[in-house]
Design a protein around this ligand. Sequence first.
Ligand SMILES: Cc1cc2nc3c(=O)[nH]c(=O)nc-3n(C[C@H](O)[C@H](O)[C@H](O)COP(=O)(O)O)c2cc1C
Length: 184
Amino acid sequence: MIIGILGSGSADSLTRSALMTVGAAIRVTGLGFSLLDLSREFRDLHDVAAYAEPEPGSQTARVRARLAPATGVVLATPVYHGTFSGLIKNALDHLTGDAFQGLPVGLVAAGGGSGSASVACDHLRSVVRALGGWSTPTHIGLCHGDMTEDGLQEGLRERIAEMASELHHFIGATDAARAAALVD
Ligand SMILES: Cc1cc2nc3c(=O)[nH]c(=O)nc-3n(C[C@H](O)[C@H](O)[C@H](O)COP(=O)(O)O)c2cc1C
């Protein structure tokens, strides 16, 4: 199951549209996809006092439990002042440093311009590395100009399919490696 973490709380969100298109492309590869809408599920600020030993039912315990079944993650953020949103960073601050260990992580950013969106994705790569994850080579940086009457423009849809394929291949390769280790 790939969990798509949405870091935008805006109505009519471009980030949400892009993430849902990514989710559909992931399902085409045969993998499951589940949306985690941070603005609805986890709105409270990270409580550092709860970090080491979170109480059952605390937001820290709930964020960690929500992500525990993930075999991969997609982080989707609006661009705010040149980088990813506080909503995304607040959620990631709840996690232990090995939370993305062995997991592929796709990146999506929506900005006023596609260049700034790409920069936000690059900033997220550094955070993914700190959590032990493997960012996919392809990320999705988009802006409102990438929308047509029929939804996202074709070139972007192709990039999204490419990123979904990279997530799928990574999970297939790690599953095969685990199976081989069990046989040996
Ligand atoms: C507080 C704030 C800061 C922003 N900073 C930038 C920025 O630095 N660069 C940029 O390209 N767009 C910036 N934008 C524009 C948003 O990234 C853009 O509207 C995007 O579509 C928001 O995503 P959403 O539609 O999912 O809310 C900013 C918007 C807000 C509200």
